[in-house]
Design a protein around this ligand. Sequence first.
Ligand code: NAD
Length: 497
Amino acid sequence: MTLAINWQALAATIALDGRAFVNGQRVPAIDGAVFDCISPLNGKKIADVARCTKADVDAAVLNARAAFEDGRWAHLSPKKRKEIMIRFADLIQANANELAVMETLDMGKPVANALAVDVNAAQNTIRWYGEAIDKVYDEVAPTSRDSLAFITREPVGVVAAVVPWNYPLLMTSWKIAPALAMGNSVILKPSEKSPLTALRLAELALEAGIPAGVFNVLPGYGHEAGAALAEHMDVDCIAFTGSTAVGKRIMQAAASSNLKRAWMELGGKSANIVFADAPNLDEAAAAAAGNVFYNQGESCNAPSRLYVEASIADEFMAKVAAHVAAFKPANPLDAATSMGAIVDDVQMKSVLKYIQSGVDQGATLIAGGSQVLAETGGFFIEPTIFMAQQHMTIVQEEIFGPVLAAIPFDTEAQAIALANDSIYGLQAAVWTSNVSKAHRVARALRAGTVHVNQYNDDDITVPFGGYKQSGNGRDKSLHALDKYCELKTTWLKIDPA
Ligand code: NAD
């Protein structure tokens, strides 16, 4: 189906509208300012995008607050809100090709992935939380007979969501779906590097019946629109996905303004531990390469640190390197492409600098290492593999590009120590046939998700988030609803007969 579509032709015809979406309407920034939206496919400008700042944030918060207070969304029956959310998901599906091509043009991922993964998971997320609305019950506490205490969830009010560029649609849906399901008003700030699909999503939400003012999108820079949301005195909650450094700034702004709830989904440097007794080394090698090179390595949960038991290190690394050929950077609008462009020039240069640091610090380059397809004007880097050591920058820092650092280990204890030697704790994996060892290691790993003998499984039903400096919140699953509601206890006296 993907192969049958002429994506290049579709890309040439779709409308790319960079205006903000406030109170149910497309609007320019209040001062009229715009910034260039550059496609990573060829380095060319594809749209003017509204450069929203504090004035736009103030206006959007006023609207979102009014929408919340008059109950146009929060007071609808759960059944009605569910119907609207499901219609919203249906509209995403109906516009899937357009959204996929927009995502590819804007951030560079292969269009086949944008369609099959990003758009599909975004609609599924909206649908799943829509379905949950009339199935989540409140609680009655086990109190004595002369009173009744019930614990109810109430929406927090105005939620700001600030998201990154690596999965623009998906990260947007992870924030807005549970926030809207709980009845909140939402102001989303997409990344300045990939604002287009979130803006289109807001139009579809309105078309589905989400009332004007309930879901607003303000494109702009982090230090302008993003900071204004974090500092705002009338935003009740800020849900952030992005880098750890920016997350810290947002938490400071939340604390020094109105103590808004601040939920952080931050960076990662996930450890993948392969023991010699892994049940299938071929599968382990395919997963080690596939998950670090997928999405050009621009995944928060990419297993970018590979720890291999020394006795199989040479054999295993040859298997991993053999998978590099399957990730050949090419035009992301070609349905057969498996590796697309890095999001922008800045990110490409940052990744190349990390690769150079690996070389300078003495790591052994066993695959890739260079920019490719420079003649296209786009930003492409080939999949890169190093044999490295724990102290090296490429092992300690999140690169957010297609770079794998592998390190041999000798003992189980050493593997655990090396894996946990990171400021991050988002995800991890362990490969072994020994059930007790699998449990011991999985328990010892300080990470929000641990995979055993696989890396791919993922579902909206399970929470996603990190330990340590990978953050404090959880997206996905019913647990995510907790971020967007207050728990109210109501005591009721029951007179004895
Ligand atoms: P980033 O932190 O640079 O930017 C993220 C968002 O924050 C953008 O919208 C940006 O405009 C905004 N921002 C920047 N400065 C701000 C400020 N001072 N105040 C408010 N907002 C501000 O991150 P990025 O480069 O867009 O994304 C990559 C990072 O995101 C990586 O670290 C990656 O691991 C992380 N990430 C985490 C998850 C997760 O679920 N844990 C998922 C995806 C990406």
